[in-house]
Design a binder for this molecule. Structure first.
Ligand code: SF4
Length: 234
């Protein structure tokens, strides 16, 4: 059945039938229904590391794409290289249409500081829209957890993503950070060393700072601005 053959009620019923305690069960359901037209969106955070591992056990060769803004920390590229060497997924690198030099010439050297919404639009949202369309996907998988941010508090295991026009799976929606750490540690998975240096949430280097003990885990993202999301998830 195609994604378009599913209506909102179907998806709600499907969501209700899935087990919040089993991300693997959610992934298996996503793969069973949509492979090869389903992909994991990976930004190399801890959640993504866990999902790449789970997915690869369920279906080696599944698509994993990442939006390479050109502004990752070196430590993030290091995790990418480790995961790509370890897992036989179909790794897909998506680039913005506009290079960093072109962006600087057109909008100034630090658009992320002047207008982070436009910068995210150019380097993340447009590339994602293009990727989802060009890859012919009917469903995508994310590492969203409900307790990461108020904007994510209502995330379901499976939902209709009206913004991008396809089914969206959030297998870790009900997991806490400790659950993800347990999975990563107990399976000996590689992860970004910045997580051990005060960076619970890691994005592009210009928009990510270390958080202090007791601060919200996402306080280091776009610190000093009202921005909390890059536009991919709301
Ligand atoms: S996170 Fe910052 S640097 Fe990265 S695309 Fe968004 S605004 Fe630009």
């Amino acid at each position: 059945m195609s994604a378009t053959a599913l209506n909102q009620e179907d998806i709600m019923r499907w969501n209700d039938s899935l087990d919040e305690g089993s991300p693997q069960g959610v992934l298996a359901a996503a793969v069973e229904r949509f492979f090869p037209d389903v992909a994991l969106a990976c930004s190399f955070g801890l959640e993504d590391v866990a999902l790449v591992d789970m997915l690869s056990r369920i279906r080696p060769g599944v698509k994993v794409f990442y939006l390479d803004t050109g502004l990752f920390f070196p430590e993030t590229y290091a995790v990418r290289d480790k995961l790509a060497a370890r897992y036989p997924a179909e790794w897909i690198r998506i680039e913005p249409r506009i290079s960093l030099d072109e962006q600087a010439a057109q909008y100034g050297a630090s658009l992320w500081a002047e207008n982070p919404d436009l910068c995210c639009k150019l380097r993340k949202v447009e590339p994602l829209q293009r990727a989802l369309s060009e890859l012919g996907l009917r469903a995508w998988i994310t590492g969203i957890r409900r307790d990461q941010a108020p904007t994510r508090a209502n995330a379901r295991l499976v939902e209709w993503d009206a913004k991008f026009g396809l089914v969206k799976f959030n297998p870790l929606a009900a997991w806490k950070a400790a659950d993800v750490w347990d999975y990563v540690r107990s399976n000996g998975l590689p992860y970004n060393v910045l997580h051990d240096q005060g960076y619970p949430s890691i994005g592009c280097w210009p928009c990510t700072r270390r958080v202090q003990p007791g601060e919200d885990p996402r306080a280091g993202r776009w610190a000093g601005t009202a921005k909390t999301e890059c536009g991919l998830h709301g």
